[in-house]
Design a protein around this ligand. Structure first.
Ligand SMILES: [Ca+2]
Length: 139
C-alpha cells in the first residue's frame, strides 16, 4: 500500500519542479488564468501573457508592463492589478483592440499578432451584454 502512495508523491514533486524554476511569480500566472477565465486556452496560459520570455523574468511585454504598474500602485495585490489594467481600457499592444476586449475574446493583449476576429463594436456589445469588465474581478 505504501509504494503507490510514495509513487504519487514522487510524481507530484517532479511536477512542481517543472513549474517552480520557470517563474518565482507562478502564483500570479495562476491568478491571471483564473481571473481572466483562460483555463480552456492553453496557448494563453504561459508567462508570455505578460512577459517577453516564456520563462518569465524582468522583461514584460506591453500588457505586462501595464499590469506591473497597477501592481505597484496597489500594494502588490495581483487580483486588483489584473482588474485595474482592464478597466483602464488601454490597447497595450496597439493592435486596435483594448486589453479588456482581447481578454474577453481570448487573444493576447500583449502581442499585436494575436487579435480578435470580431469587430471592436461587436466585441464591445458582447462584453457589455455579458456583464462588462467586472466579470474579470478577482473572486
Ligand atoms: Ca490589443
Amino acid at each position: 500500500m505504501l509504494k503507490p502512495i510514495h509513487g504519487l508523491v514522487v510524481v507530484a514533486v517532479a511536477g512542481l519542479s517543472l513549474f517552480m524554476p520557470a517563474s518565482a511569480k507562478n502564483a500570479f500566472r495562476l491568478q491571471m488564468i483564473e481571473q481572466y477565465k483562460l483555463q480552456a486556452v492553453p496557448n494563453l496560459t504561459t508567462c508570455q501573457f505578460c512577459h517577453q520570455s516564456a520563462s518569465g523574468g524582468r522583461n514584460f511585454n506591453a500588457f505586462g508592463a501595464n499590469v506591473n504598474q497597477y501592481l505597484r500602485a496597489n500594494g502588490g495585490n495581483i487580483g486588483v492589478a489584473l482588474l485595474e489594467a482592464l478597466k483602464a481600457n488601454t490597447d497595450s499592444d496597439k493592435d486596435g483592440y483594448a486589453d479588456v476586449l482581447e481578454v474577453f475574446a481570448k487573444t493576447a493583449p500583449g502581442n499585436a499578432s494575436s487579435k480578435p476576429k470580431q469587430t471592436v463594436a461587436a466585441l464591445q456589445a458582447s462584453l457589455k451584454k455579458s456583464g462588462g469588465v467586472i466579470q474579470f474581478k478577482a473572486k
